[in-house]
Design a protein around this ligand. Sequence first.
Ligand SMILES: O=C(O)CCC(=O)C(=O)O
Length: 247
Amino acid sequence: MTGLPAEQLEAYRARGHVTVAGVFTSTEIDRAITDIEVWSTETLARMRPEDRQWYIEETKDGPVLRKLDNPHSERPLFLELARKPALIALVETIIGPGVSLYFSQVFMKPARGGGPKPAHQDNYYFGPADPDGLVTAWLALDEATVENGCMRFADGSHKRDILQHDAPSGQPFNLQVPEAVLDGVDMSPAPVPRGGVSFHHGGVLHNSGDNKSNRPRRACAFHYITNSNHFANPTLAYDERLMTPIS
Ligand SMILES: O=C(O)CCC(=O)C(=O)O
């Protein structure tokens, strides 16, 4: 199976992220979106009132679902996508052979008001023993553009220290780098075509803008770790049952 070409691997090592187009077919993306629609309806029907603040957001069209957690353990179709050999070949070029999937998320970023994701470094959340042995594969289910809130990266920031993060009161999971620390940090937008994957290092500082467009910006993030790595210093409690061996 072909992995990441050398020049793209070099770009990943220099900037902390790289985008690869055409990893998934249009048919695979259509099936994923249909499955998300079914899962969203089921989730909303059984959502506990205390979870609404974290999972629901206000848009111009009213309250809508913001995210869904762990599609790899909840939806067989997403586990199939996460195991796709062409994707795993890319992941293994980046972090090395023998990987597991430890967490995954669907971001809905709905049309007309899906909110921004504040700046953070994934390694602050997970505290891996080997900071280079963890990568996020962020699959664009819709084309991600500047207008609909694609991710933005502080290129090269994975080579620097992990910054202090704070959580707004009442939102313990929403860990983020304070605005004052971000002053003067250049964040470059990283558009991704539908079916493409943006790979990012656990240490790279990133965020995403709000969705100003009339169409959703849905994406699925698969977070992989090498089998020889472990979470030495996690900030949030981690559920071991989610760890899924892939290769
Ligand atoms: O999809 C987004 O807007 C944010 C994604 C993200 O922060 C991540 O995958 O680590």
